[in-house]
Design a binder for this molecule. Structure first.
Ligand SMILES: *[C@@H]1O[C@H](CO)[C@@H](O)[C@H](O)[C@H]1NC(C)=O
Ligand SMILES: *[C@@H]1O[C@H](CO)[C@@H](O)[C@H](O)[C@H]1NC(C)=O
Ligand SMILES: *[C@@H]1O[C@H](CO)[C@@H](O)[C@H](O)[C@H]1NC(C)=O
Ligand SMILES: *[C@@H]1O[C@H](CO)[C@@H](O)[C@H](O)[C@H]1NC(C)=O
Ligand SMILES: *[C@@H]1O[C@H](CO)[C@@H](O)[C@H](O)[C@H]1NC(C)=O
Length: 439
């Protein structure tokens, strides 16, 4: 038999056995799927050792604004808990972000959450500072979203926080885009939500002219050099296929529910010339997006469309099973914050004009699926950013105290690596970063 036929047979066998064994689906490993996409074996493991490579556990995820990044953060938090990893978290004075929009600094990191394996809370990137904090084998990942849709989202989410938007008569997106310079002040607090937000989050100069081709090229190159993967929100599941391979993770490690969504009534369709105007106003972000969307599709093309589509299907099916186990049925209904009984699951609301929806767990969650998943797994799956960050900080501080009891003199001999010799109190963050989770 030719190699191709052998693969086809293996695919058939693994598919059938998966279907037969779907009772144990949450403990799948992906070995069977690796076989079904032979090209993958050469992508990250030249020796062909796909399937038995250790999971990669040092990850810096640069969380950008309004890009589905909260969903990725939730996935990383859950991964960290399952694997006993340490997540670098902000000191309390920074709230649950690293004192955004200040450029990232090691002083913003709670010293008892280092040495860190994973970092994923909002920050404005400072590459050198982040490199100093994280292990040197860290994989850097970020996510971008199509600029028009993203700007519409920012405009609605921050309509009360961002002065550039608050000045606009009738909260009209059209009015803003017709004469942005009448409302926008580059140096003003929160101006980063009103122009080239992605560029700003990634450490760039949001007000640089797009005519400055050398700057744009240089910045794109820098992002390219820093990040091993730039995910694209519009192709979220496809991006996860690449992420899973990059990190050698199992399928169950990339299961998620969408978090921090707006109600349909808070969204609007962009017609007419709006998308073009938004791209022109956010031209640096547009350049970034086009570059990295093209590169995402080149990488997906290298895997093969059939292989990617198959894995996306399997991922969605597995998510369906997890959802059924947690909620006792199909996808849980999204609820407004007021309807959610469990306050740990209520998402933060940016203003009365925007509804952010979340999920509630049925009281008998987890029993629904014959106890295959615990209530804890289900709760964490739908827990909003602010509550999960707090909870993780609490549990890591407890763990730290257990490892370094206060009276133990060794605590002073073994200070956490990353914060050696650094002043630990963080500057007081000012401004709305205190109250806006800005996911
Ligand atoms: C994580 O730590 C707990 C408690 O120390 C231990 O029981 C568990 O086996 C550990 N899990 C992993 C994946 O290391
Ligand atoms: C990473 O750091 C360790 C110790 O700090 C060092 O021994 C190792 O060579 C470094 N690896 C790389 C690839 O720089
Ligand atoms: C704002 O809305 C009012 C009433 O709907 C309208 O008369 C006015 O022209 C609007 N202003 C702008 C600048 O669109
Ligand atoms: C992303 O790139 C793909 C492939 O080139 C293209 O088909 C798609 O339209 C792009 N998406 C967006 C939103 O620009
Ligand atoms: C969970 O509780 C709801 C309401 O009490 C009930 O309708 C549903 O059948 C229960 N599901 C399971 C699997 O017990």
């Amino acid at each position: 038999m030719s190699q191709k036929k052998i693969f086809l047979v293996l695919v058939a066998i693994s598919t059938v056995s998966l279907l037969l064994h779907h009772g144990g689906h949450l403990s799948w490993t992906m070995e069977a799927f690796s076989l079904s996409c032979p090209a993958l074996r050469f992508l990250h493991s030249p020796l062909g050792a796909a399937g038995n490579k250790a999971k990669h556990t040092s990850i810096a995820f640069l969380k950008t604004h309004k890009t589905a990044s909260t969903t990725v953060q939730n996935m990383l938090f859950r991964f960290a808990e399952r694997h006993n990893l340490t997540v670098a978290l902000p000191v309390q004075t920074c709230d649950h972000q690293f004192c955004y929009p200040h450029p990232f600094s090691g002083r913003f990191v709670h010293p008892h959450t280092t040495p860190a394996d994973i970092i994923t809370s909002h920050m404005r990137l400072d590459r050198a500072e982040l490199r100093r904090l994280m292990p040197n084998d860290t994989t850097y990942v970020t996510i971008l979203r199509e600029p028009a849709a993203m700007f519409e989202s920012l405009f609605s989410y921050y309509n009360q926080h961002c002065l550039s938007f608050r000045r606009v008569p009738n909260g009209s997106l059209e009015a803003f885009l017709d004469r942005p310079w009448s409302y926008y002040r580059p140096e003003e607090k929160d101006s980063m939500y009103a122009r080239n937000t992605l560029t700003f989050d990634l450490g760039g100069d949001k007000d640089r002219s797009a005519q400055d081709a050398a700057y744009v090229r240089g910045f794109v190159d820098e992002v390219e050099r820093t990040f091993s993967l730039v995910m694209i929100a519009e192709y979220f599941d496809e991006s996860l296929v690449l992420l899973r391979r990059l990190l050698a993770w199992d399928l169950e490690d990339v299961l998620y529910l969408k978090l921090n969504m707006r109600t349909p009534a808070s969204k609007r369709a962009l017609g007419g010339g709006l998308p073009a105007k938004i791209r022109a106003w956010n031209s640096l972000d547009a350049a970034l997006y086009d570059h990295f969307n093209a590169s995402l599709w080149r990488q997906l093309g290298a895997l093969g469309a059939a292989c990617v589509a198959r894995e996306v299907r399997l991922m969605r099916r597995a998510r369906g099973w997890l959802v059924r186990d947690c909620f006792g049925g199909p996808l849980p209904l999204v609820r407004s914050a007021a309807q959610i009984k469990n306050k740990d699951l209520r998402p933060w609301q940016p203003s009365t004009n925007v509804g952010i929806v979340g999920y509630d767990l049925p009281p008998n969650a987890s029993r629904a699926g014959d106890g295959r998943v615990t209530q804890d797994v289900c709760t964490k799956l739908v827990m909003p950013e602010v509550q999960y960050s707090r909870l993780l900080l609490r549990s890591q501080l407890l763990r730290y105290r257990r490892s370094y009891p206060p009276r133990n003199p060794r605590a002073h001999q073994n200070p956490p690596r990353a914060n050696q010799g650094r002043p630990s109190p963080a500057p007081r963050a000012s401004g709305p970063s205190q109250r806006a989770p800005s996911p």
